[in-house]
Design a protein. Structure first.
Ligand SMILES: Nc1ncnc2c1ncn2[C@@H]1O[C@H](COP(=O)(O)OP(=O)(O)OP(=O)(O)O)[C@@H](O)[C@H]1O
Ligand SMILES: [Mg+2]
Length: 268
């Protein structure tokens, strides 16, 4: 069996000539929630695609580094074997099968998963407990669900494979704050049930509340990492990702303007 710690070492990724990740190292310890923060284009989705081995569908390739789960390399596996090994990704933008029913979407999530009918029934019970609406709407087409419900379905579909590690790509994107909070509460519950989570988010406030560890990705490189509460308290993260205006710095700046009249010399 081995453990379920996910270890990324020195990972570099390119899309043709575009280098999207450079020497990224990161760890998701067993049963942890770890978050990766970063602006648009920082490489967050690329990181998840590299782990789930779906980069080639997007024209990308790993150019260096290693990825392992519980000491087992994932690097050479096809995507379905990564799922079987215990790593499932919820892609950016949900991407449920809109014309299929909710029940069929969930069934699709169990394809390639280890275990037989009993394991599938157990996984479905878990998903219905977490998201009762998916049981109520089982026979409805997925495309008719609200955005929040589609995100629940996307998460539920990934859980059908009973992963050890769940990769979540911006689950709160485009959702109203209350709906995003519900998703966040569910992520916490999923984690408490024993699944570790690698959460990619632009909503830093939400992500830092959920995670024990956080990494900041900037233009393909990890520029900051540490315990989530320490990052949440750092000026850099507060200013750039939490939108907190540093009042002391603002006061210093206005004082500087009044006490240094030489700054007006350009007006002459
Ligand atoms: N399929 C692709 N082909 C070529 N370049 C790509 C492709 N996907 C992403 N990139 C480039 O790789 C870099 C990282 O993109 P990525 O989508 O991983 O960022 P992201 O952090 O997920 O951004 P967002 O917050 O907008 O989702 C960007 O420069 C982007 O333009
Ligand atoms: Mg992305």
């Amino acid at each position: 069996m081995g453990g379920s710690a996910l270890l990324v070492r020195d990972l570099s990724v390119g899309y043709g000539p575009v280098r999207a990740l450079r020497h990224v190292s990161l760890e998701v310890p067993e049963q942890a929630v770890v978050t990766v923060l970063g602006a648009n284009g920082a490489g967050k989705s690329t990181l998840l695609r590299a782990i789930s081995r779906t980069l080639s569908f997007h024209g990308g390739a790993v150019t260096g580094g290693t990825i392992g789960l519980g000491g087992r390399p994932l690097d050479r596996l096809p995507p379905d074997r990564v799922v079987a090994a215990g790593v499932c990704q919820v892609p950016e933008g949900r991407r449920v099968f809109a014309r299929m029913t909710v029940a069929d979407n969930l069934r699709a999530g169990a394809l390639g998963a280890p275990g037989g009918r009993e394991a599938r029934a157990r996984a479905l019970r878990r998903v219905h407990d977490l998201f009762p609406v998916l049981a109520e709407r089982a026979q409805q087409r997925a495309g008719l669900l609200s955005g929040g419900e589609q995100q629940m379905l996307a998460v539920g579909r990934a859980l059908m494979a009973a992963p050890k590690v769940l990769l979540l790509d911006e689950p709160s994107l485009g959702l109203a704050p209350l709906v995003a909070d519900r998703i966040a509460a569910t992520v916490r519950e999923i984690n408490e049930q024993g699944t570790s989570v690698l959460l990619v988010e632009q909503n830093a406030a939400l992500a830092l509340r959920l995670a024990s560890h956080a990494y900041v990705l900037e233009v393909g490189e990890v520029t900051l990492s540490g315990p989530a509460d320490e990052l949440a308290a750092s000026d850099e993260v507060r200013r750039r990702y939490l939108g907190v205006v540093d009042e002391d710095a603002a006061a210093d700046a206005s004082q500087a303007r009044t006490t240094h009249p030489t700054l007006t010399r350009w007006e002459a």
